[in-house]
Design a protein around this ligand. Structure first.
Ligand code: FMN
Ligand code: COI
Length: 391
């Protein structure tokens, strides 16, 4: 760990500052500028698929609701050494940052999840791999090496396929299954509808299916011999809108891995997750991509933490853009946060290096903000670190 002293602190991430080494940054630093750079290099439909939401009010609310929780800096505390480590599912993580599952990354870069896994391993940030990824889960895990990987399940309507995907993930070395609940059908997303764009319909993002024996058993020909039939079969099995809480028992029985529900916003749903024997929840509104007009994710966090935080891991995503956002979520009770679109833009602009760059910057900003608000251990943050009276 490089602990050279600099005006940005004596910590492992602050030294990142390329400016101090006389180098210009390889990517724009401000989120909006990074997104604009990615827009220049991407096909417009792909750009809008990532940038867009359902409507876009909740996407905006995800950002401006962070303003309701101002940090309340304290002075003259010893912050010469900082510790960003946190515990998730009983395991120590070096930092509270994780990569959110983002599907179909081949629309951003040909190396897609392989590049992201290499960057995650390089920086030491755990990765969550989407079911709708562009490379099979086994290949992605081998790029991740010993770095923690979680597998995100889009829960298909075929129990045998669900079991197969989950057991493959366990065998490949993923450490938890994230079951995404908020995407049992795609929302009304004007940007994609206007461009008549859904990458899966072109056969993209289906690698975990086309490498699965149960999925392939439902096809007459090999997946690449009849892409139209493969896509049709995928669209028939992808989701299961009829499922209810009691169905979770089947997934519980299918694997020994911890199960985490993603997309929980209401405290009653968090309590139901606990009753169903789940190990964690991710408070998320899917980055504003599903229910426009829904509660901003950060506004839902405290309620979920108060309901189940003593009994299960609570994570957060939707709107994380900078260090202060991470501190606010942790202060409200999240054990860790997942970052989404920022790393997508890094991937689009500069592949593996771009993702690593985005992660390092975010870690540097988290570390500096922790110090400058007067704290030395992120896992000791409480709501007292905030000036808000909203929780
Ligand atoms: C392009 C894109 C694809 C996504 N794909 C998935 C997915 O496959 N599975 C999933 O659970 N969530 C998916 N999400 C949601 C993210 O995991 C996460 O909840 C969201 O990006 C957080 O919002 P933010 O990007 O604004 O921070 C996707 C989000 C984006 C932007
Ligand atoms: C609905 C999925 C197939 C992908 C996804 O999660 C998304 O586009 O937000």
């Amino acid at each position: 760990m490089d602990r050279t002293n600099t005006p940005y602190g004596n910590h492992q991430f602050g030294i990142y500052s390329a400016g101090l080494k006389g180098e210009l940054p390889i990517l724009p630093l401000r989120y909006e500028d990074l997104e604009a750079r990615a827009r220049e290099v991407l096909d417009p439909a792909a750009y809008w698929y990532v940038a867009g939401g359902a409507g876009e009010a909740s996407m905006a609310a995800n950002r401006h609701s962070f303003d309701r929780y101002p940090l309340f800096p304290r002075m003259l505390t010893d912050v010469s050494e900082r510790d960003l480590s946190t515990t998730v599912l009983g395991k120590k993580h070096a930092t509270p940052l994780m990569l959110a599952p983002l599907g179909v990354q081949e629309i951003l870069h040909p190396d897609a999840e392989l590049a992201v896994a290499r960057a995650a391993a390089d920086v030491g940030v755990p990765m969550t791999l989407s079911t709708v990824s562009s490379y099979p889960m086994e290949q992605v895990k081998s790029e991740l090496g010993d770095t923690t990987g979680w597998y995100q399940l889009y829960w298909p309507n075929d129990d045998e396929l669900a079991t197969s995907l989950v057991q493959r993930a366990e065998k490949a070395g993923y450490e938890a299954i994230v079951i995404t609940l908020d995407t049992k059908m795609l929302a009304w997303r004007e940007r994609d509808l206007e461009g008549a764009y859904l990458p899966f319909l072109q056969g993209k993002g289906l690698a975990n299916y086309t490498s699965d024996p149960v999925f392939c058993a439902g096809l007459d020909k090999a997946p690449d011999e009849d892409v139209v039939a493969t896509v049709k079969h995928w669209s028939q099995v992808y989701a299961s809108p009829e499922r209810s809480w009691s169905d979770l028992a089947k997934l519980r029985a299918a694997t020994n891995l911890p199960l985490i529900l993603k997309g929980v916003l209401h405290p009653e749903d968090a309590l139901a997750a606990r009753r169903a024997g789940m190990d964690g929840v991710i408070v998320s509104n899917h980055g504003g991509r599903q229910v426009d007009g829904s509660i901003a994710a950060i506004d839902a966090l405290a309620g979920v933490v108060d309901a189940v935080g003593d009994h299960m891991s609570v994570l957060f995503d939707s709107g994380i853009r900078r260090g202060a956002d991470v501190l606010k979520a942790v202060a409200l009770g999240a054990d860790a946060v997942l970052v989404g679109r920022p790393f997508a833009w890094g991937l689009a602009c500069a592949g593996e290096q771009g993702v690593a760059e985005v992660l390092r910057r975010l870690l540097a900003d988290i570390d500096l903000t922790l110090a400058l608000t007067g704290h030395d251990r992120i896992d000791r943050l409480t709501r007292a670190a905030l000036a808000s009276t909203r929780y």
